[in-house]
Write a protein that binds this ligand. Structure first.
Ligand code: SAH
Ligand code: SF4
Length: 374
């Protein structure tokens, strides 16, 4: 199959072009055509030498993802479903705000981490996306939405779609580099966020290879509960995770880590749990807390915390001096809100069955989560 040029960051493209006997500045021209102009037809890249165009035509292509569906929410959010082959499909979500546009990008077809409250987690895992498939989501969205004036539309990317980005590290890093490159999308490091369920070793590698803004999905103030909600917590535990966050901040473009905390009714939303969170974080990790009201889906057996409980939880944190925001739910009328992205996954891990076989026990009360259903 022809090489997909979306797979390359600029260094990769320059090396590949060198193999064709082409100088680096040719690679820069090509990269700019692809990412800044959204061009996929080599014939239209008018300032590329004819000889290079001929070489490209025989060996390469700019292969975007086939679009399966587009849904527009009443609030302006747009969700796209892309075919990634083999019966798998992934989703991306564009979230317009007054002064900026954010694209939420997927990194895997499914996810192997298996968090209880996440629709993708329940679907299991099929495969990693390639760098080209990650970048293709931005390439498509940016050029789909860009108006005649050529003004950039997307200025934030959050790796918060389907998948655990740090479990697809080798493909993630070149994709991030293309997002940041001034010859491509030129996004600020502060405006590209990797969200992770907390893979300690990989947080350390990201710090070395491509530090961008970091969001860590915490969801619990202690290991006993986090083990139940985010199964990979068993490996390193919260202490090691927080230490990795502190190390990350040395190199990070922002001086805080964002902790995401999905508010689950009767599970992790008690005021005592907010106090435990304060004891865990205060004076230890410069951070902001982002409380995400749980977005329900039928198989989860979980409920969203009532609004008053979320407010009370936020107040405990704020009173302790921890900057805390409650995330506005966007696009829930088209199932585009956090954790609702499901796409289509040919599961190879039997995740859903496993979750049903092993109901989660709440450490505080010993009640299996599935029995907390009203
Ligand atoms: N795998 C990465 C990124 C994708 S999930 C991670 O876990 O961080 C993006 C965010 O949505 C995470 O904070 C995740 O915990 C949260 N999330 C997952 N399911 C959710 C749900 N049903 N309701 C609200 N937030 C959810
Ligand atoms: Fe995977 Fe993130 Fe969903 Fe957990 S919350 S299952 S890590 S996508």
């Amino acid at each position: 199959m022809a090489v997909n040029l979306l797979d390359f960051d600029l260094e990769g493209l320059a090396a590949w072009c060198e193999g064709l006997g082409e100088k680096r500045f040719r690679a820069v021209q090509l990269y700019r055509w692809i990412h800044q102009r959204g061009e996929s037809d080599f014939e239209k890249m008018s300032d590329l030498a004819k000889s290079l165009r001929a070489k490209l035509a025989g060996s390469a292509e700019v292969r975007g993802l086939p679009l399966i569906g587009e849904h527009r929410s009443a609030d302006g959010t747009i969700k796209w479903l892309f075919d990634v082959g083999g019966g798998n499909a992934v989703e991306s979500v564009y979230i317009p705000e007054d002064d900026r546009g954010t694209l939420c990008v997927s990194s895997q077809a499914g996810c192997a981490v298996g968090c209880r409250f996440c629709s993708t987690g329940h679907q299991g895992f099929s495969r990693n996306l390639t760098s080209g498939e990650i970048v293709a989501q931005l390439w498509f969205a940016e050029h789909r939405l860009r108006g005649a004036d050529g003004e950039r539309v997307i200025d934030n990317v959050v790796m918060m779609g389907m998948g655990e980005p740090l479990q697809n590290y080798a493909a993630l890093v070149p994709a991030l580099k293309t997002m940041l490159d001034d010859h491509a999308y030129g996004l600020s490091r502060r405006r590209v966020t990797v969200s992770t369920s907390g893979m300690v070793a990989m947080i350390d590698r990201l710090r070395e290879d491509c530090p961008v803004a970091l969001a860590v999905s915490l969801h619990a103030p202690d290991d006993a509960l986090r083990d139940q909600l985010v199964p990979l917590n068993h490996k390193d535990g919260i202490e090691a995770l927080l230490a990795a966050c502190v190390r990350y901040l040395d190199a990070a473009p922002r001086d805080f880590v964002t902790f995401e905390y999905c508010m689950l009714d009767g599970v992790n939303d008690a005021p005592e749990q907010a106090q435990a969170l304060v004891r865990l974080l205060k004076g230890r990790v410069p951070c902001k807390l982002n409380l995400i009201p749980f977005n329900p889906f039928p198989a989860s057996g979980l409920k969203r915390s009532p609004r008053e409980r979320v407010t009370a939880f936020a107040r405990v944190l704020q009173d302790a001096g921890i900057v805390t925001t409650v995330r506005k739910t966007r696009g829930d009328d088209i199932d585009a809100a956090c954790g609702q992205l499901a796409g289509e996954v040919q599961d190879r891990t039997r995740a859903h069955e496993r979750m049903l076989r092993a109901p989660v026990r709440l450490p505080t009360r010993g009640v299996p989560l599935q029995e907390t259903k009203a």
